[in-house]
Write a protein of this length. Structure first.
Lengths: 221, 221
DNA sequence: GCATGTGAATGGATTCACAGCT
DNA sequence: AGCTGTGAATCCATTCACATGC
């Protein structure tokens, strides 16, 4: 109910909850664009096929922000989530690997916007170094990592290199001094516990669908 | 909320389990390349920082495949998983959106290999139609969807278009007759329950890291 | 002896249900 | 009345611990 509680609860927020907060935030931006002033947990729940109690619990993690009998104030809640997610200022990102995926992420709106700014791409290929992405992000050699990270205060690294190069790249990023890494290479990395790592395995999702399809074929699903 | 589990003849397998099976499979391929003949749940557990009982439970979903006192036969288990995941034959995939992300996915090794084959990319941009990706995947207009899906027996669609086009593309893919969709657009789709949908939200992962970083800054994590 | 397979115990996340505020 | 905030109940996933079989 009071300020102490906000601090206490914070380190207990699960990734599942945090992920949903991101989704709510996007929805609030949309509602704001419609000039909707308040929203109830039931309305949000209907949009996402979630349970309304879950949404209230998620939002209550950081204090009481709703008004009983009314709901949540859209723009107030939005600002609040932005602050809680730590994207109320721009965080610098560097992408290792200027291949297809790295380039796509560099130019991806969701990545280079609204709380995140991509400082540079990194690559080993001399043919790529010195060029820029479609939206103007420069491709630099790995020898520049440490300098860029320090000069531009880069906090997040993204690994978008083939699996066999991922560990070396991981080690180089960690050595450069950044604090969090998003890994797209399908490998189990030997990690440094001081750096937060989140891995995303794109192929798993295709295999999940294949598994579902097989179930349908076998007539068991 | 409903579609999160997949029925099999033996039991019900959660998506979490299925995802881990994919990871084990990749590891088994690696062990096979080292000519290792057997592997224990404890060894796999150590590799992935998982609990060995969890691995045994995951693998036991489809029957008893290990040998007590010995472990699992690497190549036998690998073949078994490939069959259970339904990638023992090539499944055809079509990608909607020949932008950066679509192109990256089309040429991504993990997507166009080993159980999956990308039949085509789709786009609305006349400048892109008729071209091919770096690895030779053709870009076709949406008017060809139904024909391609039928002729080539495409089962899986991937949505790699901007958020505002995603619903229309989803509807077109569903209408074309395929059975499963992997969605990369950050929107809540109005779905047809006959088609399995899996959504991947890339931005959530960045926000997760931002949330972690904020926790560190505030000294609460 | 050693590692699997699995019922029982634990731990988390979700949902229920209602007290409490507007 | 309407909707939040939350303890209690439920559901699901993970882990423990051991009987079972090589």
């Amino acid at each position: 109910m009071t300020q102490n509680r906000i601090q206490t609860d914070r380190d207990v927020v699960s990734e599942l909850t945090t992920g949903r907060l991101s989704v709510y935030l996007r929805c609030l931006s949309y509602l704001q664009s419609l000039h909707q002033e308040t929203v109830s947990s039931a309305e949000l729940a209907a949009r996402f096929h979630l349970n309304s109690a879950q949404i209230r619990k998620d939002l209550a993690c950081f204090g009481e922000f709703g008004t009983r009998g009314v709901g949540y104030n859209v723009s107030q809640l939005k600002e609040h989530l932005i602050r809680e997610l730590g994207i109320d200022r721009s965080r610098k990102v560097i992408i290792a690997g200027a291949g297809n995926l790295g380039m796509a992420l560099a130019d991806y709106r969701g990545f280079n916007d609204n709380g995140f700014h991509i400082a540079a791409l990194l690559d080993v290929d001399p043919a790529k170094i010195g060029r820029i992405s479609r939206t103007g992000i420069p491709v630099l050699p790995y020898s520049d990592v440490k300098r860029i990270v320090e000069e531009q205060n880069v906090e997040i690294g993204i690994i978008a290199v083939p699996a066999d190069a991922a560990q070396d790249v991981y080690d180089a990023l960690v050595a450069s001094g950044l604090s969090a890494i998003l890994n797209f290479a399908p490998v189990q990395l030997r990690t440094n516990e001081k750096v937060k790592l989140k891995s995303v395995d794109l192929r798993i999702n295709l295999e999940l669908l294949s598994f579902y399809l097989k179930g349908v074929e076998d007539g068991t699903a």
